[in-house]
Each structure stands twice: as C-alpha cells, then as structure tokens.
Design a protein around this ligand. Structure first.
Ligand code: ARG
Length: 461
C-alpha cells in the first residue's frame, strides 16, 4: 500500500529493504518527549494565530498528552512502516482524534520538526550531564580536601619529578572538568535557537509566530535563516566535541587509576564495588570500571568523527543523510553518562595508601630541585651552577646507593665545600611540598584552600 503520509503521489509502497534502510524509529523514538512538546507548542501557536480552530488545538493537546501517557507506560506500538517518531506520533494522533490531528502538520515539515526535537534533546542531555560532571567534581574536591597534605610523587615523562600532594593531583582534574562544563554551557547557549517554522527549507506562507513558539519551548529566539535551520547540525557536532574533550579527561584519570592501583605502585585501593575478580586468578581485583571509562572516550570521539564525516559533503538544505545524526549523539551521551557515574563512584570509594605514596615520593631523588633551590637561596649560586652541583651530588648518591637525605654532609661538601647541615631540612618530601606556596602550587595549605573553595562554589552552582 502507498504511504499514508504522502501516498497521493505514489501508486505502490516501498520495497521491503527500502522500508528498512529508511526507518529511524528504532532509534529516534528516544525523541518522543521532545516531539510531543514541540507539537503542542506548534499547535497552540497555530490556534493563537487563527490558522486552526481553538477546538482543534484542544483536541490535539489532549490527544498528544494521551499518546505521551501511552509511550510512558510502554503501551505504544511503534511501527517501522511509519518510519520515524514524528510520523508514528502524528499517525496515532490522527487515528485518535481525526481531522484535528491531520491539521497539526500545517506550516511545518519534518525537517524543521526533527531539527527542533534534536536540539531539545541535546539541550536536556547537556543539563543532565552537567549535573553529573558536578557530582564528579564534588567527589574529587572532597577527596582532595582529605588528602591535601598527603605527599605523592609528581611525574613528568612518568619519571619521578617532584613531590606533590594527592589532593593537588585530584584538583587538577577538577580544573579540567570545570572547563568541560564551560564548553557544554557554550554549546547549550549557541544551540538554543528554534528551527521550527523554517518548514521544509524556505519558510512558510502561513502567518506563524515563531517567537511565541521559541518562548514556549525555552529557546532564546528563532533561527534567522530557514535553510541553515533545517540543515545545520553543528549544535550536535559542538556538543560531541565538548563531550570528546570531557571524555579524554575522564580517560586520563581512568588511566591514572589503573596505574595507581597496580601492585608495583599500590598508591590507591579501589573498593570492591568498583573492581572485578578473575575467573581463574583468585587474587585479582581488576579496575574494569576505569578501563571501560577509558574505552568510552574512544567511542565518544568516534561519534564526533563519524558525524563530521556524515555532514561534510551535504549540499543545503536537508538530506536524508542527516537522519544518521542521532545514533552517534545518543551513543556518546549514554557512554559519557556511564563513564561519569562510574568515575564518581570510584573516586568516592578509593582509599589512598599514604605510606606507599610517601615512600615512592622520596625515591628517585625527587627533592633534587629543592637542593638546587637551597644552593641558590643560601649560597647565592646562579641557578644553572646550582643545577650542575646538584647533578654531581645526585650522581654521587647514586654511586653510593643512597638517597639525598642519606648522604654524609662530608660527601656533599666534596662537591661544594660551603654546604652546611642546614641543607638536610629541605630534602624531605614534606619540606618540599610545604615550600611550594606559589599561587597554584602544591603546598598543603594551598590545596586545602582550593578544595574548600571548589566545594563551596560547586554547592551553589
Ligand atoms: N526521520 C527523519 C530524520 O531523522 C525526519 C526528517 C525527514 N525529512 C525528509 N525530508 N525526509 O532526519
């Protein structure tokens, strides 16, 4: 049978495979709330503008509410022959209320309809993810306050560099996540324009009021160019870009968690709730959640690149390629939601092994820079000379198989005779971190203040 929405032009129905490649209902049914909200706002405006009768508006509104209840309750049967969510809802409405339902599509097209629904969906997704990012930031800042004075090795090249505190390290991720929130906020602000009323591509001859519909749906304004409105997907690309950067941050933290809980490091212990066992090796506690969070970032970035490739060659305005915009966005959103929730749980539960971190932070001559700084401060050596002298002392310690604090004063004096016993005060990891009081540095007082500041700001955001 010919299609009930455009059958006038057609004698025959689609091939079975045509129906299958064409249908998006399998995934775009996730737009149902947005589709119904958009249709209600559109119908109300058509009524206000005198384009349809008030009685039709009432019937449409009640009919759409009933459909929403059916879908909510899982009683709605989605039909692949009706292609997508828009036509499933509209067909059900017309079946329920007759002609009024058949007037709903006046002055609109599925092209502006889907662009509107999708923007609404992405906007909701941003709001939900933002709340989750805040949750993870609060977890990190809470733990950072707890570990503000707990020394751990700071690395460059994954080689021991200088001692930092665990709290300082955790707060680095809070900073990254805060910028991720900013990017999501920017994306939200830019996407918040209403496409509906652009119709298929050229606008409409009906006296519609797009500003009223924009206000009803919480958009800042209607889009200004009908061709752009139905064919742009940069709101989705921008969202996926922001999500990809966020996911890369989660992936780096996940990678560090994997390293930290490995036996050679044992800087942290994950809770049972966020580890898995092995079916053969009884001793195992594997950080699967962190590994999966790391993997999700590949998937999310894949979604971004996939959608960029779908959009890149499309002439204006709408082309059916654009129907393939939703799966990557849905998949990336689900992946990010899972990764954020898992990371938050892991961070809340993890326990630092302060003794192991302390031991590791004292090894590898991590306080060599403190020795060089002492030579500059006390002996007034130029930093380059101090660096050279310290290098010779480290080499000496290495030959003797001791750390810097374990060297005899006489041994140090064999390199630089003016060194005094006072130097040993700066060679402990505690002294090292305590001395890093420059703004943004790792001194425990700084870290505690930063953590407290974050927690206060996050509470009110
Ligand atoms: N299911 C379609 C999509 O997701 C709706 C728009 C269809 N428009 C069209 N001209 N065929 O993009």
């Amino acid at each position: 049978a010919a299609n009930q929405q455009w059958g006038g032009r057609f004698a025959a129905g689609p091939a079975e495979i045509m129906g299958r490649i064409n249908a998006s209902i399998g995934f775009d049914q996730r737009l149902w709330r947005q589709d119904i909200a958009g249709s209600k706002a559109h119908a109300a405006m058509l009524g206000t503008q005198g384009i349809i009768e008030p009685a039709d508006v009432s019937a449409i509104t009640a009919g759409l509410d009933a459909i929403a209840a059916e879908i909510e309750a899982g009683r709605f049967s989605f039909d692949e022959a009706l292609e997508d969510i828009h036509m499933n809802v509209e067909a059900r409405l017309s079946a329920a209320i007759g002609d009024a339902g058949r007037r709903l599509h006046t002055a609109r097209s599925r092209n502006d309809q889907v662009a509107t629904d999708f923007r609404l969906w992405v906007r909701d997704a941003i709001d939900a993810l933002d709340a989750q990012v805040v949750g993870l930031m609060v977890a990190l800042a809470t733990r950072a306050a707890e570990y503000a004075a707990t020394p751990m090795p700071g690395f460059t090249h994954l080689q021991t560099a200088q001692p930092v505190t665990f709290g300082h390290h955790l707060l680095a991720y809070v900073e990254m996540l805060s910028r991720d929130r900013g990017r999501l906020r920017d994306a939200r602000a830019r996407l918040n324009e209403l496409p509906l009323g652009s119709a298929a591509l050229a606008g409409t001859s009906f006296p519609i009021d797009r500003h009223a519909v924009a206000a009803a749906l919480g958009f800042d304004r209607p889009t200004a160019n009908s061709l752009d409105a139905v064919s742009d997907r940069d709101f989705a690309l921008e969202y996926l870009s922001a999500l990809s950067i966020l996911a890369v941050h989660l992936s780096r933290l996940a990678e560090e968690i994997v390293i930290w809980c490995s036996q050679p490091y044992h800087f942290i212990r994950l809770s049972d709730a966020y580890t898995t066992g092995s079916s053969i090796m009884p001793q195992k506690r594997n950080p699967d959640a962190a590994e999966l969070a790391r993997a999700k970032s590949g998937r999310i970035t894949g979604a971004l690149v996939g959608l960029l490739m779908v959009i890149k060659g499309l002439p204006l305005a709408y082309a059916k390629d654009m129907q393939e915009d939703k799966q990557p966005v849905f998949d990336a959103t689900d992946a990010a939601g899972l990764a954020l929730a898992a990371m938050e749980g892991m961070v809340r539960d993890l326990v630092a092994d302060a003794a192991a971190m302390r031991a590791a932070s004292g090894s590898g001559y991590a306080t060599a820079t403190d020795l060089a700084d002492w030579l500059v401060r006390v002996l007034k050596l130029p930093f380059r000379d101090a660096h050279h002298v310290t290098g010779q002392i480290v080499a000496l310690a290495e030959r003797q198989g001791v750390d810097l604090a374990g060297l005899e004063l006489a041994a140090m004096q064999s390199v630089e005779p003016r060194i005094t016993a006072a130097v040993f005060d700066v060679l402990t990891v505690e002294a090292s971190v305590a001395s890093r009081t420059s703004y943004g540095g790792t001194a425990p007082g700084n870290v505690a203040a930063q953590a407290a500041g974050w927690l206060q700001r996050l509470e009110i955001s």
